[in-house]
Design a protein around this ligand. Sequence first.
Ligand SMILES: Cc1cc2nc3c(=O)[nH]c(=O)nc-3n(C[C@H](O)[C@H](O)[C@H](O)COP(=O)(O)OP(=O)(O)OC[C@H]3O[C@@H](n4cnc5c(N)ncnc54)[C@H](O)[C@@H]3O)c2cc1C
Ligand code: FES
Length: 256
Amino acid sequence: MKLSAPGHYVLTFDAGQKMASAVKPGQFLGVAMDTGGMQFLRRPFSFYSADPETGHASILFSVYGATTAQMARLAPGETLDILGPLGGRAFTPDTRPGAHQVMVGGGYGVPPLAFLARRLLTADPDSSVTLINGARTAEFLVGTEGLETLGIHLREATNDGSRGTQGLVTLILQEILEARAEHVPIHIYTCGPTPMMRAVAEMAMRYEVPCQVSMEVFMPCGVGICMGCAVERTDQTFARGCTDGPVFEAREVAWK
Ligand SMILES: Cc1cc2nc3c(=O)[nH]c(=O)nc-3n(C[C@H](O)[C@H](O)[C@H](O)COP(=O)(O)OP(=O)(O)OC[C@H]3O[C@@H](n4cnc5c(N)ncnc54)[C@H](O)[C@@H]3O)c2cc1C
Ligand code: FES
């Protein structure tokens, strides 16, 4: 399905009930496309949804190069070569009573957070979930369709002020952290461009709030073999982004 944001699509496919039941928000899949060129690596995409009852799952993607361009041309009924679910560590929801779950996303970091938000609100409609979605302009604010009817608090930030707060997502995050009540635990989950995640992680550490980050680094194999997805830890050891992550505690990562 083509979204109103230029070059953005939601691709829904039959993953089978086994895969759809196993997938956790933060996990991803590898797509192989025969693009006719020298393109051998599967391309990683986060799960945007997975429904154990129907076996359907989806990803939300934007067209970047050859693989995504070809994915955008898929017609209903065509076959998709996928490998998944991949990712050894998904988002772990905070189970402290009354916890305020605050998600901060930008660009293609929003789909896994929207998936997490949907899962949390479906399991417990009284959950307190805020999703801060950031983009350059209003037309690129995608991925949160349908969440407001589930009861999410949606906050938006755009660089040009065309919708929501003008400026960065961290302006809204700071406002939430400043206004927090002593007795309400907060947990932050973030995914998006590295500079955004670094700023969110630093703010979370400054306010001493737990924060999970999904590191969307280059992932040549996605299954722990090539070490092409190294994420440096604060103790100067390296983790595999694909099988040790993609989700890490913010304080584990050596932010550069
Ligand atoms: C864990 C993870 C989750 C992702 N989730 C999404 C998502 O939900 N939606 C979305 O639109 N995009 C997502 N991406 C980015 C997506 O993988 C790239 O947009 C895609 O690989 C582009 O492929 P292409 O052939 O169209 O473009 P290409 O021209 O081949 O590549 C364009 C750029 O994509 C990146 N890229 C290419 N191959 C890989 C690879 N194997 N691993 C990581 N990055 C690569 C590189 O930065 C490259 O410069 C995710 C990436 C990672 C690592
Ligand atoms: S992508 Fe190959 S080890 Fe992680």
